[in-house]
Design a binder for this molecule. Structure first.
Ligand SMILES: *Cc1c(COP(=O)(O)O)cnc(C)c1O
Length: 623
């Protein structure tokens, strides 16, 4: 109960936060060592001239996830007396940004953690950044150059596995191999009947874009034998989709893959000794019980994998293979938080101080509503309150017609809207959810629109593209209960840039006065895919970002990148600074009459704009 008052339950910390963040003294703190609050971190960043929106990366949370993966699989292996090893590689497509990857790589050697690449650029990155002993797996469609790059990496001493997506890739590998003394490992991606469930179900299944069919697998094996390459065929790979919702799909896929593995061994793939289970280990984004993302824990996932592969291979009397995994979302989602400020509350005008009743001739409805407002009181019993509520709603609903027909003027309309809101809010503060059938629809009626300084398309593109939600929480004021049902508007000129209030998974924010102080909102778990999928709608580029280390003494901002300036943004899409400057100069020169002093002032002013970021600059009001 006490925790509930502190804002814990309202924002579902118990579902998503994994104790990475806690609430103390009304603010969200990083739950590590000196426990700095997110607010302190934002304020410190401001001292360095970095304004919201800010993406904060916490490297320790990357380490925590890697550690979780390794210890959990290690435990499962010991428990099941599994004979093979566990090995993880990070799939670069999930986050290739240096702000993430450099931090990941600081911890990777501790676990022998490798990398997975799915394109030439990613492979180049993997080869240059990976420590030599850790494995590199290569997925995706490959041209000869990409295959050659894999060979070159092998000559340099990297432990590379080229996983083929088609027979022609295998043929290319064989051709190219004639020119190199060392040959990389070869893997085959298989097409399973099984596929994941939920938002990301498409990457698996018999109709999926990826993997070899049964016939192709047999052909590949024949080719490998024929060309004497069977010694290099080491890995069987599948990936049933991201954010796997149900453990049953994992079980099915593993049994199916295990069968194929056993068959291939029987058919002469003597050196095959690794099963690569792909990614898909889910994370918990949900803030509500109704939005639980997965029906398993990480422990159950690991023990399911280990147990089934053991069962299938033991049954067939073959050695337990090494288990490779390519978890991406699980490693990177937690580490990044976007913090930004609310710019405006859009329906705040429905307050008593905006009520301007006329001296006389207020319409009848207004008199009635005023009386209802006075009558609503906690002394009344439930039925009486409900009756007043229904009366109010009926009156408020009638204004549309009355206004259209000219019986009400604009002032009357405003007054009625305000009175209606005041009554509903008062009733909601007295009756609780269980006593009120129309509770949820009333929340919609008093919903507040929070205009927030960020772009959904840039910072949480998966919300736009797939409806994926992320935990959204004010980072302060959590000692007060938030009561406003909130929908969120971003600053793009696109009506999709909105997170609507959802009564099934409601978001409440504070009723806050923004004239004197900022109100900061955090978007959590945005570290997987969002960095790289983010798009520049309305030219809102990547927000500023900082890397924050937390230790016993405090915290430090190790690295920072300010969001791009207007000139940089424009130059990236093909306009040079000079071109824009000269065009503006010409137009300014044509303003007449204008003193040369004024002209210079305009230039100075415009030059200043060139260096600003594209996000709204409201913070100085609060400084
Ligand atoms: C995307 C992808 C992954 C990562 O999936 P997550 O759900 O992020 O763990 C792993 N392997 C392959 C082949 C992929 O395409």
């Amino acid at each position: 109960m006490e925790q509930e008052e502190k804002g814990y339950f309202e924002y579902g910390f118990q579902y998503w936060s994994r104790n990475n963040f806690i609430v103390e003294d009304g603010v969200i703190k990083v739950n590590r060592a000196s426990k700095p609050s997110l607010l302190e971190i934002v304020q410190k960043a401001k001292e360095f001239g970095i304004e919201t929106p800010i993406l904060i990366r916490f490297p320790h949370l990357i380490d925590r996830q890697m550690n979780k993966i390794y210890t959990t699989f290690q435990k499962a292996i010991e428990k099941e007396k599994y004979q093979g090893r566990f090995q993880a590689v990070f799939p670069l497509k999930v986050n290739q940004y240096s702000g993430f990857l450099n931090e990941f790589l600081r911890y990777a050697p501790k676990y022998g953690y490798g990398l997975e690449a799915g394109s030439k650029a990613e492979l180049l990155l993997a080869i240059s950044m990976n420590s030599h002993k850790a494995p590199i797996t290569v997925n995706g469609f490959k041209d000869r150059e990409m295959i050659e790059l894999g060979f070159l990496a092998t000559q340099m001493g990297h432990n590379v596995t080229l996983i083929i997506e088609s027979l022609s890739e295998l043929k290319d590998i064989i051709t190219i191999s004639k020119r190199f003394p060392k040959i990389p490992n070869i893997g085959i991606r298989i097409r399973l009947y099984s596929y994941g469930s939920g938002t990301w179900a498409k990457s698996g299944g018999i109709d999926s874009k990826f993997g070899l069919t049964a016939t192709e697998i047999i052909q590949a094996l024949r080719l490998l034998k024929q060309e004497n390459y069977i010694t290099f065929f080491k890995m069987l790979h599948f990936h049933i989709g991201s954010q796997i919702a149900s453990i049953y799909t994992v079980q099915k896929a593993l049994r199916e893959a295990g069968q194929i593995y056993g068959e291939l061994k029987k058919m002469g793939a003597k050196y095959l000794n690794k099963i690569n289970i792909g990614g898909g280990l889910g994370v918990d984004y949900g803030q509500h019980k109704s939005r639980i993302d997965r029906n398993y824990t990480t422990e159950e996932f690991a023990s399911t994998v280990v147990k089934i592969i053991k069962e299938v291979t033991d049954e067939k009397g073959i050695e337990n293979p090494s288990i490779y995994a390519e978890f991406g979302r699980f490693v990177s989602a937690n580490h990044a938080v976007l913090i930004t400020s609310v710019l405006e509350l859009y329906t705040q005008d429905y307050r008593e101080n905006h009520l301007f009743l006329k001296e006389r001739n207020n319409p009848q409805v207004i008199r009635i509503l005023k009386e209802i407002y006075k009558k609503v009181d906690s002394q009344l019993d439930e039925d009486e309150i409900l009756e007043l509520l229904h009366e109010t709603i009926q009156h408020v609903d009638s204004i549309e017609t009355l206004f259209r027909l000219g019986y009400l003027d604009l002032q009357d309309r405003a007054n009625i809207e305000i009175l209606g809101q005041m009554i509903i809010k008062k009733i909601l503060s007295i009756l609780d959810k269980n006593e009120l059938v129309e509770h949820d629809s009333l929340l919609h009626k008093i919903e507040e629109r929070y205009l927030i300084n960020f772009s959904i398309f840039q910072s949480i593109p998966d919300f736009w593209g797939l409806g994926q939600t992320f935990p959204i929480i004010p980072i302060h004021h959590l000692d007060k209960k938030a009561v406003r049902p909130a929908s969120i508007w971003d600053i793009t000129c696109d009506s999709d840039g909105e997170i609507e209030f959802d009564e099934k998974a409601p978001l409440f924010l504070h009723d806050i006065d923004l004239t004197t102080k900022p109100y900061y909102i955090g978007f959590f778990m945005v570290g997987a895919y969002q960095d790289t999928l983010g798009m520049r709608h309305n030219l809102f580029d990547r927000p500023s970002e900082i890397i924050v280390d937390v230790d016993e003494v405090g915290f430090s901002i190790r690295d920072s990148k300010v969001s791009k300036s207007l000139t940089d943004i424009l130059s990236e899409i093909g306009y040079s600074y000079d071109e824009i400057y000269n065009k503006l100069r010409e137009q300014i020169n044509n303003i007449s009459p204008l003193s040369s002093q004024d002209r210079d002032n305009i230039f100075l002013c415009i030059k200043k704009y060139f260096n600003m970021t594209n996000y709204l600059n409201r913070d100085e009001v609060w400084d």
